[in-house]
Design a protein around this ligand. Structure first.
Ligand SMILES: Cc1ncc(COP(=O)(O)OP(=O)(O)O)c(N)n1
Ligand SMILES: Cc1nc(C(=O)O)sc1CCOP(=O)(O)O
Ligand SMILES: [Mg+2]
Length: 512
């Protein structure tokens, strides 16, 4: 646990929200949480009995103490009770931005209304508070996470449908927030579903799942923003943090219990491990996409459920020529991919045809990268596609031909997007830095592989790829992954035949 995250928020005497929820969520994600308390709310499960903002000097002293020693990678901001508190926190954020070598990422949950329906800001100052948030705080915020009421309060946009959410998010971005996550917990659109929206720069992400039927939802907003801050502190991209936040909340709602006579707290569990807790990535063409009126490319041929391949693919060689492919097959590798990146290569079709024939001769699984039309034309065992290919390839034809489909993923969001298609296998990369391909910003590491494998391997053969060599094979195979794909470990080996034998042995030895 080396990352530090601060929460600047109110204390909830009832123990379900505010600082009390934030620190529990941070612990679940393995970061060290520090607190700056802005208000001592007197709350229980029935409502807010008193607000009690903390003096500015007391907030200042907490911030100073943490600044002197425990500098954070991310800050979660929750309840700020008045305009003066907003200004003070904004001054500090500006200072960190101007003076620290690596300023923290800032996640702001603009807490205004508790789940009991009670206001958490000084009510007679609502409009000044909204103005101060827009003027002082939003320009310093990386992610703002309002619920439907808070979005309407801040933007004046009435959230009647997806376009209204887009419009509201853009307004919040115009005031300075880099990214916006609008929580759909109170939205109930489509009925019985919980849909959340993220606008990150110009990019949009929509996640949805059936609403969890429980009245015990106290602290969900605080918890989500704390998970986001924790994941950002650990270097996760926002779209992955968004997925994990939703999954953690879903698990917490399912496990939530009654404490007191009113709204109980969302439970705090662990880093999400059950696929059933994860949300669905909503895409155009899907049922939820249609319900939300998403535009769909007319030539998009959505298909899900592809022919199976062996549960464990073992050593998987990815090569760029017929000669390498033949050498791998002759040396006993049973899964090989022909990855020719030059679409105008001489003899491209001829090489693909020959690769498919060689695969049949050796009773091996030969996958063709990218060139799905030629793979279809010549009856390949399978194709390997990237996520960017999903809307251009004719998935229906690939499925109808009984051809296997392998899909690349880079992180939790792409993993769930790939899951929508029920492919024949799923690849996770890049596990380590590699020089074969520019994978900057997409290095997953072993810790994430350890999460991906138990989530997906019960459903698909899983493949680890990127920077893997003989030295690293043992720790990769230890994650339980059933297949390891390599390029340079074979093609740049001094003795490729010996390297293949050693790699095969390392996989077999470790998975025994
Ligand atoms: C087994 C395996 N995993 C991932 C990839 C990468 O595929 P993609 O994202 O389509 O990128 P390119 O290989 O086309 O550069 C792969 N080829 N094989
Ligand atoms: C082709 C490829 N795809 C990756 C992904 O993560 O999607 S990593 C990668 C390169 C793998 O090469 P090497 O074994 O030489 O590191
Ligand atoms: Mg590709």
């Amino acid at each position: 646990m080396s990352e530090i995250v601060w929460t600047i928020a109110g204390s909830d005497s009832g123990g379900g929200a505010g600082i009390q929820a934030d620190l529990q969520a941070m612990r679940s994600f393995g970061v060290h949480g520090c607190s700056v308390i802005t208000a001592l709310t007197a709350q229980n499960s029935l409502g807010v009995e008193a607000l009690n903002p903390v003096d500015l000097a007391v907030i200042e002293s907490q911030l100073q103490a943490l600044t002197h020693d425990l500098r954070p990678q991310a800050i979660k901001i929750g309840m700020l009770a008045n305009v003066q508190q907003i200004q003070l926190v904004a001054e500090h954020l500006q200072y960190y931005r101007d003076n620290w070598e690596t300023p923290p990422q800032v996640v702001y949950d603009p807490v205004a209304i508790a789940s009991s329906g009670d206001s958490l800001i000084e009510e007679d100052a609502q409009s000044e508070i909204a103005d101060a948030i827009k003027t002082h705080l939003l320009p310093l915020v990386d992610v703002i996470t309002p619920n439907v009421h808070e979005t309407q309060m801040l933007t004046g946009v009435y959230l009647i449908g997806p376009d209204a959410l887009r419009d509201a998010a853009q307004r919040l971005q115009q005031w300075g927030a880099k990214s916006v996550i609008i929580k759909g917990g109170h939205w109930d659109y489509p009925q019985g579903y919980c849909v959340d929206f993220c606008r990150h720069g110009e990019q949009e992400y929509w996640l949805g799942n059936e609403s969890v039927a429980t009245p015990h939802t106290h602290g969900t907003g605080c918890t989500l923003s704390s998970v986001l801050a924790s994941c950002l502190a650990k270097g996760y991209p926002l779209k992955d943090a968004f997925i994990l936040g939703k999954a953690y909340i879903n698990a917490g709602l399912k496990a939530a219990k009654r404490y007191g006579e009113g709204v109980g707290p969302v439970a705090h569990t662990q880093f999400p491990v059950n696929l059933a807790d994860f949300p669905q990535v909503i895409e155009p063409g899907s049922w939820l996409g249609d319900a939300l009126d998403f535009d769909c490319d007319s030539d998009f041929n959505y298909a899900a459920g592809f022919a199976p391949c062996p549960e464990r693919l073992g050593l998987y060689a990815v090569v760029d020529s017929l000669d390498w492919l033949a050498l791998c097959l002759q040396n006993g590798i049973k899964t090989v991919q022909l990855r020719i990146k030059d679409a105008d290569a001489d003899n491209l079709e001829q090489d693909i045809l020959r690769a498919i024939e060689l695969g049949k001769t050796h009773q091996a699984q030969v996958f063709i990268n990218d060139h799905w039309q030629l793979a279809l034309k010549h009856g390949a065992y399978g194709v390997h596609l990237g996520q960017e290919d999903l809307h251009s390839a004719n998935l229906k034809e690939i499925q109808d031909a009984g051809m296997r489909l392998g899909l690349s993923t880079h992180g939790f969001y792409e993993m769930l997007l790939a899951h929508n298609y029920r492919p024949s296998y799923m690849a996770f990369g890049a596990i380590y830095p590699t020089t074969t391909k520019d994978m900057s910003g997409q290095i997953q590491g072993l810790e994430k592989l350890r999460h991906f494998v138990p989530l997906m391997q019960p459903h698909y053969p899983c493949v680890a790829i990127g920077g893997i060599d003989l030295m690293r094979m043992a720790e990769v195979v230890e994650t339980g992954v059933g297949s390891v794909a390599v390029v340079r470990a074979i093609t740049e080996a001094a003795d490729p035949q010996a390297a293949i034998a050693e790699l095969q042995q390392a996989i077999a030895g470790e998975s025994e």
